[in-house]
Design a protein around this ligand. Structure first.
Ligand SMILES: O=C(O)[C@H](O)[C@@H](O)[C@H](O)[C@H](O)COP(=O)(O)O
Length: 344
């Protein structure tokens, strides 16, 4: 049996829940180094009981007390661990992966995260440019519509955009605007003129051009920051969900729109998921943001999380695997079910 020692372990001694381990392959020989920055009370020792190419069976021990046995799949480089009662934060080379026990805890953390980014953007540059998506994300944002955030956020400085929108009327049940309005925007005092929805009377192509024109104006006036590196808009926060096929915004697997390098906003008229006509942010815009949060939960996302955080190689990257902000931070808000095929 070999003793292992993880770097950057932050171990809550009072924890009672699960242990999650970062999914980075680390040859066992590298794990035997003690870590300088863990305090004596928070040292996490992992003992390796067995090791194969894809599984390592580990026994976690704090001090001399055994905590639990745990099988870690698909270990890759830079392994690190932190544990808490309800959330496991798994740092890795793809951003912070936050795994919650349930939807309420996720919503509470997401509320705090968005409120924090809102405050720092408003302090730094007087505005908060935030981008929404469709799906269950609106429900996950529900804590923002309640105290303390309802009263503490400076809603008058919010500017709200969509990463993608279906080209349908605003009162259509497929409209992402309607979804956001009904569940979120109608419940908080955002300024209606600072909510930038598409012109749904245009064709998808014209609506995308129109949205980009409006966005260029807002970048010129400083409402939306600009990336000095890329020249693309630098949103303070882009919130994304993940589709069942690994799509983000309306960027679908193997679709030519994934190759767009120039346009900020583009259109699609053959969306594999109905409705077919949509507009969408392009990858360079997503990857120029200051912060991107991917919010995706449930067993239906488990295969996608395995693709993103596992080591299996596939010929094609899923769109969600192409999200990698160049000069920004990527954070994943998820649950145990979604990561079940990575950690058990
Ligand atoms: O038509 C679409 O493109 C979807 O609605 C998409 O925008 C949604 O964000 C994801 O499918 C995630 O949805 P869930 O969070 O509900 O799983």
């Amino acid at each position: 049996m070999e003793s292992l020692f993880l770097c950057n372990a932050q171990v809550g001694l009072s924890y009672s829940s699960s242990l999650h381990v970062g999914h980075s392959y680390l040859p066992l020989k590298h794990l035997s180094r003690p870590c300088a920055n863990t305090s004596p009370t928070s040292k996490l020792f992992l003992h390796c009981d067995s090791h194969t190419q894809s599984h390592t069976r580990l026994r976690a021990v704090v001090g001399s007390a055994p905590l639990l046995k745990h099988t870690v799949k698909f270990l890759r480089k830079k392994i690190s661990v932190s544990m808490g009662d309800s959330v496991s934060v798994i740092p890795n080379d793809k951003g912070d992966l936050k795994v919650f026990q349930n939807g309420d805890e996720l919503a509470a953390s997401l509320g705090e995260y968005v409120a924090g980014l809102s405050q720092s953007a408003i302090t730094e540059r007087g505005a908060f440019a935030v981008v929404l998506s469709g799906g269950s994300l609106m429900n996950a944002l529900r804590k923002l519509t309640e105290p303390p955030y309802l009263n503490s956020i400076d809603w008058g400085r919010w500017h709200v955009f969509w990463a993608d929108e279906r080209v349908v009327a605003k009162d259509h049940s497929d409209s992402n605007y309607k979804l956001a309005y009904d569940n979120f925007l109608s419940k908080v005092p955002v300024v209606p003129g600072c909510v930038y929805s598409i012109n749904d009377s245009l064709s998808a192509e014209a609506a995308a051009e129109d949205y980009e024109t409006g966005l260029r104006q807002l970048v010129k006036t400083g409402v939306v920051d600009v990336s000095k590196d890329t020249g693309f808009p630098k949103f303070d926060l882009i919130l994304l969900g993940i589709g069942p096929d690994g799509h983000i915004a309306s960027l679908f697997p193997n679709h030519p729109l994934l190759n767009e390098k120039v346009k900020w906003i583009t259109s699609i008229t053959d969306s594999p998921k109905p409705p077919p006509e949509r507009i969408t942010f392009t990858l360079p815009v997503l990857n120029s943001a200051a912060n991107v949060a991917v919010v995706a939960t449930g067993a239906g996302k488990a295969d996608t999380f395995k693709r993103v955080f596992g080591v299996e190689q596939h010929d094609e990257l899923l769109p969600v695997q192409m999200v990698s902000p160049k000069d920004g931070k990527l954070t994943w808000f998820t649950d145990k079910e979604a990561v079940a095929k990575i950690v058990n």
